[in-house]
Design a protein around this ligand. Structure first.
Ligand SMILES: Cc1ncc(COP(=O)(O)O)c(C=O)c1O
Length: 369
């Protein structure tokens, strides 16, 4: 059996939606984008938020940081175990990135770790609901930020549809940033959303995101073009109607993996708990320290059976060449170092068949038992 690590869903409905936009000639930011903003607010439902559609997650965060006035004198806390974009957008504002470690069990940031690294200059904290699993202490972290006058930004690139304590993973405090890159739980190829809870922040961002234009051809500030197109919004509007089905399939796949792999004592598996909906952007396992077989050997043996795996993420952000050159010491986040050396992800996309999941899981059992 030859398995893909990921296959995007491009169905006739998405193709039709794009063709309709092309035929209308309204290909730039127009009606489909406005429809998307409405759909997004309906999807969120809990209370009123303010979305701005932009060109990627990275520009979404860029806009967010600009709107809340992050400057070179500010510290911003970022988890070390994430995709590098989370930290880079902070550096683009010339602010100081403070790396926080994550839990070895959940792979997410913790309040204890935030308290360990916080400084008097900390103006914002960016938390990541990694691999689709909502942060366990997000409520406590939100309360802590509120009490201390710190802006909380949620990196929701991987958690579309995730909930914790019946609350959407993106709804805890000030701003959330979404990615709709091709591999995400719902996609538009590239592109993102900045979602503001505070209307004041939103209004400021709205003034900025389109060349700092407050009225047609009247530009009050220096900024880029972050506009999205009607073509991408049309795809998004179709994808949103399928998100729950996509997520349910991912969850089913994860349950199937867990069932087959649960007796393998050298593997730490992701947990499925009643108090949260983990939407399994990735299904990531950890090879424990007592394992007689290394991660590399396991991946090689799976690869011999045409089963691809991936490592998210092989290098902690603070160890990436750019951050190393800035002088970050090597061992500031030991758990992240440990995870980077020992985790790997199995294919989890929604249209993997039951037979494919069983083939992957049973092959892994054969290798590690
Ligand atoms: C956790 C996380 N943050 C940020 C990003 C950056 O998203 P984009 O590529 O849309 O800028 C990604 C995308 O891969 C991500 O997974």
């Amino acid at each position: 059996m030859n398995i893909n690590f990921f296959k995007p869903s491009v169905w006739q409905e998405e193709i039709n939606a794009v063709v309709e936009v092309m035929k209308s000639w309204m290909i730039v930011e127009w009606a489909e984008v406005r429809k998307l903003e409405n759909n997004f607010n309906n999807f969120i439902t809990d209370w009123k938020y303010f979305p701005i559609c932009v060109t990627s997650w990275t520009t979404a965060l860029d806009l967010a940081l600009k709107a809340i006035d992050i400057k070179e004198t500010d510290d911003v806390i970022v988890p070390d175990f994430t995709f590098i974009a989370t930290a880079n957008a902070v550096k683009f504002q010339n602010a100081n990135v403070i790396f926080a470690d994550v839990s070895k069990k959940t792979y997410n940031i913790t309040l204890e770790e935030i308290k360990r690294v916080i400084t008097p200059k900390t103006k914002a904290i960016i938390v990541v609901h990694l691999f689709g699993s909502p942060i366990e202490e997000i409520k406590e972290i939100a309360e802590y930020c509120k009490k201390n006058g710190i802006k909380l930004i949620e990196d929701c690139a991987q958690c579309h549809g995730a909930t914790i304590h019946n609350q959407k993973a993106w709804s805890f405090w000030d701003i959330s940033c979404f990615s709709f890159y091709a591999t995400k739980n719902m996609w538009t190829a590239e592109w993102g959303i900045t979602l503001f809870k505070d209307e004041k922040d939103y209004k400021k961002a709205k003034l900025i995101y389109n060349h700092g234009q407050s009225e047609k051809y009247y530009h009050t500030t220096l900024w880029y073009n972050f506009r999205m197109t009607n073509i991408q919004a049309a795809i998004w509007n179709v994808q949103l109607s399928r998100l729950n089905d996509f997520n349910n399939s991912r969850i089913e796949n994860a349950k199937r993996y867990n069932l087959i792999l649960k007796k393998q004592s050298i593997l730490q598996l992701p947990t499925i708990e009643d108090n949260k909906i983990n939407v399994f952007h990735q299904y990531t396992v950890l090879v424990k320290e007592n394992s007689p077989i290394s991660r590399k050997e396991i991946q090689e043996k799976l690869s011999e059976k045409w089963i691809p795996t991936a490592i998210h993420y092989p290098i902690p952000v603070h160890k990436q060449p750019y951050y190393k050159e800035l002088g970050y010491p090597e061992n500031i986040c030991p758990n992240t170092n440990y995870l980077a050396e020992n985790i790997f992800s199995l294919p989890i996309y929604p249209w993997l068949t039951k037979e494919e999941i069983e083939y992957v899981a049973n092959s892994l059992v054969e290798i590690v038992k």
